[in-house]
Each structure stands twice: as C-alpha cells, then as structure tokens.
Design a protein around this ligand. Structure first.
Ligand code: ADP
Ligand code: MG
Length: 379
C-alpha cells in the first residue's frame, strides 16, 4: 500500500549554488510513522513537498506504493497534507471544510456524510460540525485540518509542523492524539518537525537532517543511545549532551580519555575502533549525558585522582520539577548533571563528579563521527 521509496533524491532550487536536499535515499514502509527532524532550513519541508508533488525533483527517483511518481501531479498521488497554518475556509462550516475535498472528487453524498461523521467521531469534533473556523480554538482548528485529511482516506499523510501554532500543553495533547489516530488508521505518515522532543515522542523511526543531508535514520532510543556523530548527539536529548574535548592516551594496556582536567578510562568496546598508531595524537570529543553524571559530596574523597571521578564546583541549579539540572564547572569545562528534584547540593558547593564511562560516547573532533560508527572514523 503506502510504501515510499526515495532513490538518491536531490533538490537544487533555481539560482542556488548547492542542493537544499542532497542524496536523500530512504525506504519508508507501509504504515510507518516516520519523522523528519532537524534545524530550520535543513530541507525537511522541501523533502516533504517533493513527496507531495509540490516541488520538482532535480535528480533521483521517487516511488509511492511501487509506482514511479516523479512526474505525477499532486492530486494523483493519493496523499493528504496537513500544514502548520490550518488553511481552513472561513465561510464554510466545519462539516463543509471536511467534505470539500471529497465533493471536488465527486464522491457520493452519503459516502461523504459517512466519512465526515466517522472522522469527526474519531477526532471528537462531532459537536462542532456546524461551527465556522473563527468560532474554534487553535486545537479544534487543527483537529478539523486533520479531519479533512483523514476523510480522503489517502495512502499517505504528510504533516509539516502541524502543531507549531499551538501552545505547549495543547501541543503535547495533540501529539498524543495524532499517535493514537495513527494507531487506529495505520496510514503511512511522514511528519516534519524541528522539535526533537516531538520527534522522539512520535516517531517509530526518525530521520535527522542537517544542511540537506541525512545524518542518521533510527528508532528514537537508538538515536539517543547511539548517535553516529556529534550533530545527532547534540541535537537529540535535553539538556544537551555534555561534550568535552580531549585526546587518547594508552597506559598499561588501557586507553584513557585525557585533557588538562580529566583522565578517564575508555570502555573496552571502543578499543577495536581506536587505532593504536597515532592514538595519542587523536583529537576526540567525549560526550556524556547529564543522567550519567553523578554527584557526590566532596567530603570523604579519599583519592582525588580516582580515575573515574573529578572534582568540580556547582555553578547554578535549575529546578525542573521531577529533577534538577546542576551546572558544574570543572576547571575551564562546563558540564550539566541531572539529579533528583530535592537535591541537597547548593550553589558554590564543591562536589565529586562521577562519570559513568560505560555510557560515554567518543567522537573524532575533525570528522565529528562516533568512533563506533559503522565504517569507522574518517568517513
Ligand atoms: P526546513 O523545512 O527544514 O526549515 P526548507 O526545506 O524549507 O527547510 O528549506 C531548505 C533550504 O532550501 C533552505 O536553505 C531554504 O532557504 C531553501 N529554500 C526553500 N525554498 C526555497 C525556494 N523556493 N527557493 C530557493 N530556496 C529555497
Ligand atoms: Mg519547513
């Protein structure tokens, strides 16, 4: 049914010196909920618009349900799109807004009625069918926009930042509803957002893009636990992954991450990836998430040089509710630890910082690639 295949797809806008979408190569399975995420301008909308048929493809091939569609007009692609600005017709009722697409396609009246009523029930807007868009809240308008897409019963839904205009609470609620909806109708969905939280909570698979280039395609937990490069590591997760520059040293058969303040053993799993030759010179970045940084009171530090701990000072504490972010200064380095909500630490306290090295990531400073990435460094 609604599988989608991008084969080395490029988009270069007229007059631009470089492609806005660069070698996009991906297969999306029927029924998948795929999220495209990345910073503003990275080519998400362009990719979606090529899929919708609203932009020409400069190079490469696009298939929907096995059919080559590069030159197929949008209305013949059997897709429905939901945008950020709901694009509802102000002088039509909710019912008429939802029915319009079907009417234009000359769908039988009773069929239209059936589909609109069913979609309205699913979206819990049955009581609004007689209202006009200006009588609705933002969330209700977005539901109508979704309803208008659903009644078409397309093979594919495309959504471009559909929740950006809603406030935080409503956004979280609509996020859950769209996922629930997908669970019910199981239509292949490609969902675009710049918000990594939205991507992580919604996608069964996530495509992270930067400068028109796919960085990584993976399920949420894999992006979080195994980012292939510095960009993905920094983009996914909040607070941002701590990044510390340093080098590699080998002592007594063990590799260490070292710099002026740190001397920490690199887990054995990285060993095959570290070239012994010149390893001492390799400039690397250690990445460690805030939840893998554990603080202990500085009293009772028996061995300041314990190779897994460093000592630091608390610069600032941010109370987040369920937990607290502790901003630390370790010499010239700044890192964030995540602790329980009712932390006994105070600003200015000196603490012992224990880093869970088994959870640390290591990246090549020059290529940005994880030392563990497939194909190794230098890619
Ligand atoms: P995103 O949706 O990820 O924010 P876009 O796909 O809208 O990114 O844009 C990707 C890049 O293509 C940007 O650099 C943008 O300026 C450029 N771009 C988008 N639309 C056009 C256009 N019609 N003409 C020229 N450049 C464009
Ligand atoms: Mg966009």
């Amino acid at each position: 049914m609604g599988s989608i295949v991008f084969k080395h797809v490029y988009k270069q806008y007229k007059g631009e010196s470089s492609p806005s979408v660069n070698d996009f190569d991906l297969r999306i399975e029927d029924g998948e909920f795929l999220v495209l995420v990345g910073p503003s301008g990275c080519g998400k909308s362009t990719t979606l618009r090529m899929l919708a048929g609203l932009e020409d493809i400069t190079q490469g091939e696009l298939y929907i349900d096995g059919k080559f569609v590069n030159y197929t007009s949008p209305k013949n692609r059997d897709i429905a799109m939901v945008f950020q600005n709901y694009a509802l017709y102000p002088n039509l009722s909710v019912y008429e807004n939802m029915a319009l697409g079907l009417k234009l396609r000359k769908t039988a009246k009773h069929d239209i009625e059936h589909r609109v009523n069913r979609a309205a029930r699913v979206l819990e807007i049955s009581h609004l069918l007689d209202k006009r868009p200006n009588q609705l809240s933002g969330g209700q308008k977005q539901r109508v926009a979704l309803g208008r897409a659903i009644v078409r019963e397309p093979q594919v839904f495309l959504m471009d930042e559909p929740l950006s205009n809603l406030d935080a609470k409503l956004r979280a609620q609509m996020r859950a509803e769209i996922i629930k909806l997908h669970g019910t109708i199981k239509t292949t969905t490609v969902y675009v957002t710049h918000d990594q939280v939205e991507a992580m909570t919604m996608g069964t698979r996530i495509v992270v893009m930067k400068n028109g280039i796919i960085q990584q395609v993976a399920p949420p937990y894999e992006l979080y636990d195994d980012p292939v490069n510095l960009f993905v590591a920094g983009f996914i997760g909040s607070p941002q992954m701590n990044m510390i520059e340093g080098g590699i040293e080998r002592r007594d058969g063990v590799y260490y991450f070292t710099n002026k303040r740190f001397m920490l053993p690199i887990p054995a799993v990285y060993e095959p990836h570290i070239h012994t030759n010149g390893a001492n010179l390799r400039q690397i970045v250690m990445g460690i998430r805030s939840e893998h940084v554990v603080l202990e009171p500085s009293e009772g530090i028996e061995n300041e040089n314990d190779e897994r701990t460093v000592s630091g000072a608390i610069d600032m504490m941010e109370l987040m509710g369920a937990d607290t972010y502790v901003y630390l200064k370790i010499g010239e380095f700044s890192i964030i630890a995540r602790t329980e909500a009712h932390s006994t630490f105070r600003n200015g306290d000196r603490v012992r910082v224990r880093l869970n090295m088994r959870k640390a990531h290591f990246f090549d400073q020059h290529t940005g690639m994880s030392l563990r990435a497939p194909g190794d460094v230098g890619r």
